[in-house]
Design a protein around this ligand. Sequence first.
Ligand code: HEM
Length: 256
Amino acid sequence: MKNLLEDIGSRSRWPARLDVTQSVTGLALALFMWVHLVLVSSILLGKDAMYYVTGFFELKFLTGWTHGYPIIVSIIGIIVFAIFIIHAGIALRKFPISWRQHRIYRDQMSMMKHSDTNLWYWQAVTGFVMFFLGSVHVYVMISHPDQIGPYASADRFVSENFWPLYLVLLFSVELHGTIGMYRLAVKWGPFDGKDPRKNRKRLKRLKTTLTFAFLIIGIITFATYVKIGIDHRGSAGERYAPPGHSSAMLEGGEVE
Ligand code: HEM
């Protein structure tokens, strides 16, 4: 009997544990995506900047800027993918699982006109989109870690037709990430202060500003890769090396 009660007691702690795990994995992913935005947008500083940023992660400086160790990118990708799957898996339990549940939620949304309820809906929709598109992208990064660089990435956008996927993913990520961070701040309340209502309004303004800022940087970055990809279409597959350097320094290492 005691064991049964203990069992019920410990089982009832699971929802709280899952909630904390979802928040921690969400925070980790949002922080990763902010770093990711900065790294990917290094192309805005020029092809050389992106070449060296990519090379740094492959530890190319240890091999005289030749082949480096692209496997490191695969390992980071596998860790991110694992966190991504855990986060999405836990989120699934709160999704409406039938058309009827979805309808009830939508009706409540229009009845309540409560903006945080609407935010939850958009977070669920963008999360659903990201689960599919993000998986494709991260899998490509894990399986082809040596094919990242100014030309290799731009060719993927244009010649390999990844641009529609990136465009939809970009909007989903930027909405999902900032809404998620806002909800975390409201949920765990570290910024409640003396006047939680006023602070919530401030947090919401900050969220909207960050969403727009990240979207603008993301769209300009997107346009830059597309421009390079279009210019490079005639020689797609050819790798970039900084001006005046040998073929051993090509992005992804020497190619035959
Ligand atoms: C370790 C894992 C990851 C790596 C190494 C990585 C790397 C990259 C690279 C190099 C690009 C430039 C395009 C290309 O080379 O194909 C890119 C673009 C992009 N990535 Fe990732 N990524 C990772 C994870 C993610 C995740 C988890 C998401 C979101 C679910 C994501 C969303 C995006 C988006 C939206 C773009 C387009 C950015 C823009 O056009 O401004 N990435 N990523």
